[in-house]
Design a protein around this ligand. Structure first.
Ligand code: AP5
Ligand code: MG
Length: 208
């Protein structure tokens, strides 16, 4: 499967990607996770990205396109890939098409996980992540349910930043829904249901 996960911040892209990875072992390429790892490691990329991420703004296209282009050239992506959080602008979508054309690995689908913004604000302000294994959980998890690691709150999961992320999504990323519809690649599912119900629909929509 060569897929793009589309959807607003907090729609459940990472949650559904983790389930696909667990069942199918497909490489998961999350630009948000890659950037957070770079920030944590204090690399030049991380230093450049941090202020954009903390404000809930997009990291410049040229930075992110280079990062994904390099990642797609790694041999494991011959087994397929799940792009999560990329593309997020028209320029990124066009660059992705060009790269996948070169690699002769066209997209099979762009899957939109659709959730109302008011639901999302509640989800993101109560999200917690595991420092050790990256598990995505909530404030109800005192420790990670998977590995007992420490749960933390992402720096961009406060209400002011979440609202800006939603504005940025609406302005820069939502137009990609029409872009992929025009390419006949768009599949859409209702992401405001139990995680496992959503996952069953994800697989059905992808023909898995
Ligand atoms: P990124 O990490 O991609 O964040 P995002 O798009 O804002 O999306 P999230 O990770 O917040 O949400 P998600 O959809 O993965 O939801 P999750 O499964 O965690 O990007 C962060 C930043 O990096 C950006 O703001 C930007 O600065 C930069 N960046 C990244 N990519 C970039 C790019 N391509 N270009 C430029 N800049 C880029 O779920 C959320 C919560 O809801 C969790 O608590 C979860 O447990 C819960 N939940 C999930 N599903 C359900 C369900 N069905 N029912 C109830 N709760 C649920
Ligand atoms: Mg995510």
């Amino acid at each position: 499967m060569n897929i793009v996960l589309l959807g607003a911040p907090g729609a459940g892209k990472g949650t559904q990607a983790a389930k696909l990875v667990e069942e199918f072992g497909t490489p998961h390429i999350s630009t948000g996770d890659m950037l957070r790892a770079a920030v944590k490691a204090g690399t030049p990329l991380g230093k450049k990205a941090k202020s954009y991420m903390d404000a809930g703004d997009l990291v410049p296209d040229e930075v992110i396109i280079g990062l994904v282009t390099e990642r797609l050239q790694e041999p494991d992506t011959a087994r397929g890939f799940i792009l999560d959080g990329f593309p997020r602008t028209s320029a990124q979508a066009v660059a992705l098409d060009a790269e996948l054309g070169k690699l002769e690995r066209p997209l099979d689908a762009a899957l939109l996980v659709d959730v109302d913004f008011e639901v999302i604000i509640g989800r993101l302000t109560s999200r917690r992540m595991c420092r050790d294994c990256g598990h995505i959980g909530s404030a109800a998890d005192a420790v990670c349910p998977k590995c007992s690691g420490e749960m933390y709150q992402r720096d961009d999961d406060n209400e002011t930043t979440v609202r800006n992320r939603l504005d940025v999504y609406e302005k820069s990323t939502a137009p990609l829904i029409d872009y992929y519809r025009g390419c006949d690649l768009l599949v859409s599912i209702d992401g405001d249901r139990d995680v496992d119900v959503v996952y069953a629909d994800v697989k059905k929509a992808l023909g898995l």
